[in-house]
Write a protein that binds this ligand. Sequence first.
Ligand code: PMV
Length: 360
Amino acid sequence: MLPQDFVLKEYSQLADKGEFSAQAPSNIALVKYWGKKDEQIPCNPSISFTLKKAQTHTKFTFEKRQHSNDEFDIEVYFEGKREKSFEPKIINFFQRIQEYSGFLNTYKIKIATENTFPHSSGIASSASAMASIAICIMEIEKSINPKMTNDYYYKKASFLARLGSGSACRSITDQVVLWGNTSDYRESSNYYGVGISDVHSIFKDFQDAILLVDAGKKAISSSQGHQLMHHHPYAGQRFEEAKQNTKRMLHILKEGNLDDFIKCVEKEALSLHAMMMTSSPYFILMQPNTLEIIQKIWTFRNETNIPICFTLDAGANVHLLYPKRVADIAKEFIERKLLNFCQNHRVIYDEIGCGANVIN
Ligand code: PMV
C-alpha cells in the first residue's frame, strides 16, 4: 500500500468526545535502522523482535474544539505530570500525520503515558510511545468505520507510528517485524512494518534480558544520530551491509541456525556503534560497563557453548538474547557475573511478544 491509501477521506461522523487507551511494547532490532531520508524513509531495511514487558501505556482523551485551526491543541502527561518538554515531539508527529488522520486538529487532545521502563535509556521508549498513540488514533478511525479490515488497521497504525519515530512502526503487531523495502521479501515496505511469518520455532520464545548499564538520558538522541549519517564517509557501505544482513537474517530466522544468528546480531550491534564513533561529530554511547558485559558474554559463550549473544540499541544498555530452553542458566550467569556492571543491579527480563493492544 502507498501513503495515499492511508488518507482518511470522511470523518464528519466522529464523536464529539471520547477516550481510548492502548499499550504498545518496545522492540529490539536484530538488523539496525540507522540513517533516514525525508519523511522517515529508512536508508536500509531492518528486522526486530517485538518485546513483551517493556511497554508504554497511553490514555488518549479527545474533545471537539470550539474553533479549530491549524495549530494543535495538545497536552502531554508523563507518569501523571504535565510534561511540556514532550509536547513539541508530539506536535511534530501530529503535523506529519494530519494529512492522513485529518480530524486531529479539530480536537483538544490529552495524552497521558506511562512506561514500564526508564525513559531515554536506550530502550526504545519513543517506539512504544508512538506505537501506542497510533493505536489510539486507529481506534478513533475504527469507530466511524467498524468494517475496517485488520490488515488495514495494523498497516495504517504502523504507517502512522513510523511518522512519529521510525522504529515505532515495528512495535504494532507480530513477533518478528521487517521494515523497509527489500527484494528479499515480497510484502516489504518503506512505509510500514510487516510481520515475518516464516520463523523457526527456536525463535518463538526468545528471551531478552535488558541489562540497564545506564538508565539516564542519552547525550545524543537517535534523531541526531540519523542526521549524522547524511554526510557519513561510510554510510554507503553501511546501508549495503544492512541490506545483505537483512537477507541473511531472513534466512537464519527461517532455518533456526543459532550460530549464524549470533554472528549476524553481534556484528549489527557493533556496526551501529561504529557508525556513531565515526560520525562528525563523533560520539560514544557505550560505557566501560557495556564493554565489560560484552567481554563476559564472549568468555561465557566460549567456555560453555551456550547460545547467548548481545545486541545494543542507541544507548549503553546491553540486550542479552537467548532461547528459552537456556533461560535458567542464562539467569544464573546474569546474576553471578553481569549484575555488578548494571546501574543499581537492574535488569528487565523481557521476551518476544506479539505487539500492541487496546486496553478496555
Ligand atoms: O526510531 P528511532 O529514530 O528512535 O531509531 C532507532 C534506531 C535504533 O534503535 C538504534 C535501531 C533500530 O533499528 O531500532
